[in-house]
Design a protein around this ligand. Structure first.
Ligand code: ADP
Ligand code: MG
Length: 453
């Protein structure tokens, strides 16, 4: 058995043992470089993959190597930069200017025709249990355009990687299918374009044609379209026209289709007709992995304790994780050296205070009202309409659970109700949360809103 055959055989076994997403992420561009005195040297594309394979998959790899070739004693991993440029951590003081410049340049090099940001690819997308399903589905879509899951609808809270994943799909498809017409757009932009066409009394025909000639249509933050009748209608026809001709459509939203209020029923049922996948909150390991990758792409290597500390204090938003990392990077730049844990703690104190922020009643009320699209008075209304009863009960639940208000206080706060009403509401929601997955999901998204604000 030569090196390549041996590795293929190992990969064949491992593929069955790990999730598809993990396999695609961590074993891509790996090979056996050499075998020296019983130690197999495995080449990997970047420092990050090296660490991950060492920490998470070493046992499996070694076991499988040994079953195939019993003389093998050990395995080690070697970073070999391949054809896909991968972030390589360099051992030196941060060269901050250049790293920043490069990053900015990339940010601005958005493809004019597709609106795709080349920075957001599958290669730079970390997979953990929190987004494994959405990631695997997205990957398989790029290989089965229009035929497997159409539309593909991904949802989740703020800063959890929806936009990144959407661009990754687009960038991958662009790479694999050079002739394809791809368009990424936020639904807000779609709405604004339509408004401008209508205001300027331009013929709608060009607008229609533009959107109906696309092969892959990616719409970000589609919830924004809800309640805008003319846009919803135009969008509906665009959707149908593309869908009938087997063109792939991908959506993202901050909530599942069923929870987007004011959305036309016919659109909701279209959104739900394909595959729906959620991205939840990243677990600690994933947060740490993301920080490592982001640091490496900036050629920045803070001590691991600092990264662990950041990952431990920021839990619900990947954009904030990056923000904290950038702060440390900026402070290091100022000091001309890497910060140690204690210095980093001081630098992050501000952010930490925000992460641990005590919520106010106003934040809870605002988040619930916005989530269920209730106007200013909605929650206080003296009404038993289902549309307001449930949000009101959820508000009461949150006022108890997250704000720790007393029942009399909560009743008072929500339009002068008595404490038993508040108590019942709390208990009812607490009970339902044990069985109603949809409610669990909604509460998660509402909390994301509260703690994000
Ligand atoms: P959303 O659209 O859900 O609000 P974004 O896609 O804009 O979130 O992600 C916010 C930031 O976090 C981006 O810089 C993105 O690159 C990063 N990010 C999110 N998820 C991941 C991930 N799984 N791996 C690496 N970076 C991620
Ligand atoms: Mg987004």
């Amino acid at each position: 058995m030569n090196h390549n055959e041996l590795w293929q055989s190992v990969l064949g076994e491992i593929e069955f043992e790990v999730s598809r997403a993990n396999f695609a992420t961590w074993f891509k561009h790996t090979a056996i470089q050499d075998v020296q005195e019983g130690t197999v040297i495995i080449s990997v594309p970047n420092a990050f993959a090296k660490e991950w394979l060492e920490k998470k998959f070493h046992k499996q790899i070694l076991r499988s190597l040994r079953t195939n070739s019993p003389l093998i004693r050990n395995a080690s991993y070697l970073v070999v930069a391949g054809d896909t440029p991968a972030p390589v951590i360099k051992k030196r003081e941060p060269q901050l200017e250049t790293a920043d410049e490069q990053l900015e340049f990339k940010e601005f090099s958005i493809d004019r025709e597709t609106n795709l940001n080349p920075k957001y690819t599958f290669d730079t997308f970390i997979v953990g249990t929190f987004n494994e399903f959405a990631h695997a589905a997205a990957l398989s879509i790029t290989k089965n355009l229009g035929s497997l899951y159409n539309p593909f609808f991904v949802y989740g809270g703020v800063g959890l990687g929806k936009t990144h994943l959407l661009h990754a799909i687009g960038n991958q498809v662009k790479k694999d299918n050079p002739g394809y017409k791809i368009l990424y757009i936020t639904s807000e932009k779609f709405v604004n374009e339509l408004i401008s066409v209508l205001q300027n009394r331009e013929p709608l025909q060009f607008f229609k044609e533009k959107y109906r000639s696309i092969d892959l249509f990616i719409i970000d933050d589609v919830q924004f379209i809800a309640g805008k009748a003319k846009s919803e209608e135009e969008f509906f026809h665009t959707f149908n026209s593309l869908h009938e001709r087997g063109k792939q459509i991908v959506f993202s939203s901050d909530k599942p289709p069923g929870a987007i209020s004011k959305l036309e029923e016919r659109l909701r049922s279209r959104f739900e007709a394909g595959l729906t996948a959620d991205i939840s909150e990243p677990e600690f390991e994933a947060r740490l992995a993301i920080l490592k990758l982001k640091a490496a792409t900036k050629d920045f290597e803070p001590p691991i304790e600092v990264l662990e500390y950041i990952a431990s204090i920021i839990q619900k938003n990947i954009r904030e994780l990056e923000g904290a990392l950038n702060l440390i990077l900026a402070k290091s730049k100022l000091k001309g050296k890497l910060l140690g844990l204690e210095e980093a703690k001081i630098a992050l104190e501000q952010l930490n205070a925000r992460a641990k922020k005590i919520v106010t009643t106003a934040q809870i009320i605002k988040a619930v009202s916005e989530f269920y699209d209730l106007g200013g008075e909605g929650l206080y209304e003296r009404s038993r309409r289902r549309e307001v009863v449930k949000p009101r009960q959820i508000t009461m639940y949150l006022l108890r659970e997250d704000y720790h208000g007393s029942y009399p206080f909560i009743g008072q706060k929500l339009g002068g109700r008595d404490h038993t009403t508040a108590l019942h509401a709390y208990e009812k929601i607490a009970r339902e949360l044990k069985t109603d997955v949809k409610l669990v999901e909604e509460l998660k998204l509402i909390r994301a809103k509260i703690y994000e604000s």
